[in-house]
Design a protein around this ligand. Structure first.
Ligand code: S3P
Length: 181
């Protein structure tokens, strides 16, 4: 691990509907860390759903807003950070996260993602005629970024409890808690 990397937080990245918020919240509870979800933070600060933000301000504006959060997250400590699915793909967001967070990526195949995502209509990027095709395209384009995570966790064939257990165990082995002088 690079010497200028000090792991104080844990970031959960991955495609839409891979369970980042559910898993992140449970891992935070296990570790007794705070929990933050970048989408929820954006919605509470803007007092609008992300879908409305995409409609009025557009995606580029949303990505800039996400970027300001990434800078802010560097000041966090003992926090599990669940990010929006696209966040690690833009600018050097992933590199910035890695400076202070151990990065876990949750993974699932396009069909499984679509099965989970189709129940909800709040994801602006999936409001298209062929959402499964869109998922395949986006996942193919984002794969190289997601694979730069410290740990890739396949979620299709594991229970949520098992995923939480795996991540918690792995994180405890790399976390550098501050030493008392
Ligand atoms: C996005 C994923 C969403 C949200 C926005 C864009 C993406 O978050 O940030 O709709 O680009 O993949 P979830 O991954 O929590 O659905």
């Amino acid at each position: 691990m690079s010497p200028d990397r000090h792991i104080r937080n844990l970031a959960v990245i991955g495609f839409m509907a891979t369970g980042k918020s559910t898993v992140g919240r449970l891992v935070a509870r296990e570790l007794r860390f705070d929990f933050v979800d970048t989408d929820a933070l954006i919605e509470s600060r803007l007092r609008r759903p992300i879908r409305a933000v995409f409609e009025t301000e557009g995606e580029a504006w949303f990505r800039d807003y996400e970027r300001t959060l990434v800078i802010e997250l560097a000041g966090y400590d003992k926090t599990v950070i669940a990010t929006g699915g696209g966040l690690p793909v833009y600018q050097d967001n992933l590199e910035q996260l890695k400076r202070h967070a151990y990065v876990i990526c949750l993974w699932a195949a396009p069909e499984a993602i679509w099965r989970r995502a189709r129940r909800h209509a709040h994801r602006p990027l999936l409001q298209t005629a062929n959402p499964l095709e869109r998922i395949e395209e986006l996942l193919a384009a984002r794969g190289p970024y997601y694979r730069q995570a410290d740990m890739l966790v396949e979620t299709e064939f594991r229970s949520v409890n098992r995923i939480v257990q795996l991540i918690t165990y792995q994180f405890r082995s790399v976390w550098n808690p501050p030493t008392v002088p």
